[in-house]
Design a protein around this ligand. Structure first.
Ligand SMILES: [Zn+2]
Ligand SMILES: [Zn+2]
Length: 245
């Protein structure tokens, strides 16, 4: 696209979003008050996913590295998340994922970009975690792809939206426990049409067990990535499991 066309499109989309706001003014995704997608009160309730956490998988833990990562280093080097999953942070993800409120993606992406710039892992490409084509067609978009594009826009890092593809199969959300999630996602991903190399940042909305990022990172490394990092908007705390730290 030429710069003039980009400007035209940007202007058109801005006018369109003003028109949409006039008819459907933004409401807080959590308390439903009018004015913003997340009101000041709800924003204040969101809990940042900060230290002390496992330096690899970002699980809240007193140790530098959790037992699970000590036993087996995932295919990714490290992952970071902006918020602990819950409250308004969960409501934002649900609005984006299940209610079709794609307009929350810029504010989520901006927070993720801010964390990425502070963290500063050595990455030159951003890859969104893909969803199966049929599911994406139903929803109209892949939420991770929207977040990746926003992060790319804020940081100037290239986004490779077609580096990975997801094979059709049961959703991760339907899996009862961590073992089932790992088994379900094990061969769910394959290399897509866009080649990758060097440092790659995987982007997803929420991190639950890390199984999805691990599976994606394995494919990316087999396709030429030297190192893979992960960034998600929120981090669920791992439930206490037998044999896990
Ligand atoms: Zn609110
Ligand atoms: Zn860990």
């Amino acid at each position: 696209m030429t710069p003039a066309l980009v400007r035209q499109r940007t202007l058109a989309s801005r006018l369109w979003s003003h028109a949409v706001d006039a008819v459907f003014p933004p409401r807080c995704v959590s308390c439903r008050s009018f004015g913003r997608f997340v009101c000041h009160d709800c924003l204040a309730q969101m809990v940042r996913a900060e230290h002390p956490r496992c330096g690899v998988c970002w699980q809240p833990i007193a140790d530098r590295r959790c037992q699970q990562c000590r036993r087996q280093q995932p295919a990714f080097t490290a992952v970071r998340s902006v918020y602990a999953f819950g409250g308004p942070a969960r409501d934002l993800i649900h609005a984006l994922k299940y209610s079709g409120v794609s307009a929350v993606a810029p504010l989520m992406g901006e927070e993720m970009a801010g964390l990425l710039l502070r963290w500063a892992p050595d990455v030159s490409t951003i890859v969104p975690v893909p969803m199966a084509g049929s599911r994406q067609r139903r929803r109209g978009y892949n939420q991770s792809d929207l977040l990746a594009r926003e992060i790319g826009r804020f940081t100037g890092i290239r986004v490779a939206g077609r580096a990975l593809v997801r094979r059709p199969g049961p959703s991760q959300v339907e899996q009862p426990d961590e073992a089932a999630r790992r088994a379900n996602v094990g061969d769910a991903f394959a290399a897509g049409r866009e080649p990758v190399g060097g440092g790659v940042l995987l982007v997803d909305d929420v991190l639950t067990t890390g199984a999805t990022l691990d599976a994606c990172a394995r494919v990316l490394k087999s396709e030429g990535a030297d190192r893979v990092y992960g960034l998600t908007f929120a981090r669920e705390s791992r439930k206490a499991l037998p044999n896990s730290g």
